[in-house]
Write a protein that binds this ligand. Structure first.
Ligand SMILES: Cc1cc2nc3c(=O)[nH]c(=O)nc-3n(C[C@H](O)[C@H](O)[C@H](O)COP(=O)(O)OP(=O)(O)OC[C@H]3O[C@@H](n4cnc5c(N)ncnc54)[C@H](O)[C@@H]3O)c2cc1C
Length: 355
């Protein structure tokens, strides 16, 4: 079969703009692009890229990455595997298995409608189910690691399906094996969660506790989480310029007890800090950024900071990846000079020159 014919059969298009497929709306074209709608199609696309010596990249909802202005020189595979199945476990839980291309928030809404507890506080996070375990998404006192049962992957080394249980995923704060040992070596094809039928919602976050009584239902918690997120422009909304972002651009730094002692000498005033264990303390990246002088609504040419949330770097008006990266570097420099703390970006930055 000729390559042209093969590309047609696999529905591979050329020069497809990536910016509209991302929440920050930045990025040049993909040299090759295809939506994977079935597992055999996904496998065939990866095989095609390998045989033709092209890089390939798995794209979900585009809410946690920054493509390069020159686009992607390879095959972008848009994850579109769909389907949700349900079964009861012998421990009284309900196990939901969702394919990687399912929309995350629609999946959470489905769980809440069925009165299944375990994911409600993660309402409104943009993106797909398949990306949820990658950085162990979390918000308002909950993270997927708490209820995730298994992750089904396509193991790219062995070219076969593999199942990882929760423990094997090595989940930590915004971290997992998929960002480390399995980086670029696994495609998530489905994720399953064990949820509690008629369970109580998790109310661990002060803002939620303040707004809701102790006996709030899952539906009330979901609605409140969505309302709080909308107030902060932390839901995907193309009409809201403050939401034209990758969400939080930096993770909260976790530092050693020694580094924390040094930090306190530079910063004697009251500051948010959460002990992680005997040796480590988590600081608030938003607090550090604001106190280093980068306030909400900060303008840096075409890029800037959200008016609602100083952790969200936004595309104000036709920004390029290079504008966002210049602002990222300014903020990192400012925070380091003020507090001696290094901020790490949360989204994937897709260019050699971006880091
Ligand atoms: C407004 C806004 C608010 C946000 N709020 C939160 C929040 O509260 N908490 C939080 O944790 N995150 C938050 N995020 C970040 C983001 O939504 C999550 O990280 C989300 O899980 C990313 O999903 P995605 O499908 O968009 O992934 P993408 O951005 O498409 O991809 C991100 C990374 O995951 C990889 N990937 C995606 N799918 C797969 C797959 N099937 N197999 C292998 N690798 C894959 C990609 O290759 C890439 O490396 C927010 C983002 C935005 C824009």
């Amino acid at each position: 079969m000729s390559n042209v014919h093969e590309q047609e059969t696999l529905h591979i298009r050329e020069q497809v703009e990536l910016a509209p497929l991302t929440t920050i709306q930045i990025g040049g074209p993909a040299r090759f692009f295809a939506a994977a709608r079935s597992r055999p199609h996904l496998v065939a696309l990866i095989d095609w890229a390998r045989r033709h010596d092209h890089n390939f990249f798995i794209l979900g909802g585009g809410s946690n990455l920054l493509f390069d202005d020159n686009g992607y020189d390879g095959l972008v595979i848009h994850m579109q595997l769909k389907g949700v199945t349900q079964q009861t476990t012998d421990r009284g839980k309900v196990r939901l298995r969702a394919a990687a291309g399912e929309n995350w928030d629609a999946f959470v809404a489905h769980c809440v409608t069925q009165n299944l507890a375990g994911l409600t506080c993660l309402s409104g996070i943009p993106g797909c189910v398949g990306a949820a375990p990658i950085q162990n998404i979390g918000a308002y006192g909950q993270e997927v690691a708490q209820t995730l049962h298994q992750v089904e992957i396509l193991d790219l080394d062995r070219n076969q399906t593999r199942i990882l249980d929760n423990r094997e995923c090595a989940f930590a704060y915004r971290d997992s094996i998929f960002k480390r040992a399995l980086r670029n070596r696994a495609v998530v094809t489905a994720v399953s969660f064990d949820l509690t039928p008629n369970g109580r919602p998790t109310l661990a976050y002060p803002d939620l506790v303040k707004r809701l009584g102790a006996d709030a239902t899952l539906t009330q918690v979901r609605e409140t989480v969505l309302a709080v997120r909308r107030e902060k422009s932390m839901v995907a909304d193309p009409a809201d310029p403050n939401a034209r972002s990758c969400g939080s651009f930096f993770t909260n730094p976790i530092i050693s007890a020694t580094a924390y002692a040094a930090f306190k000498t530079r910063c004697p005033q009251t500051h948010p800090a959460w002990p992680q264990d005997a040796d480590r303390v988590k600081l608030s990246a938003a607090w550090l950024i604001e106190r280093a002088g980068f306030h909400k609504g900060w303008v840096a040419g075409r890029a800037g900071l959200s008016e609602k949330h100083c952790l969200a770097l936004i595309n104000r008006n036709q920004a390029k990846a290079s504008d966002v990266i210049a602002l990222k570097k300014d903020i990192q420099r400012g925070v380091f000079e003020t507090f001696g703390i290094e901020l790490e970006p949360e989204p994937l930055l897709l260019s050699q020159g971006l880091n």
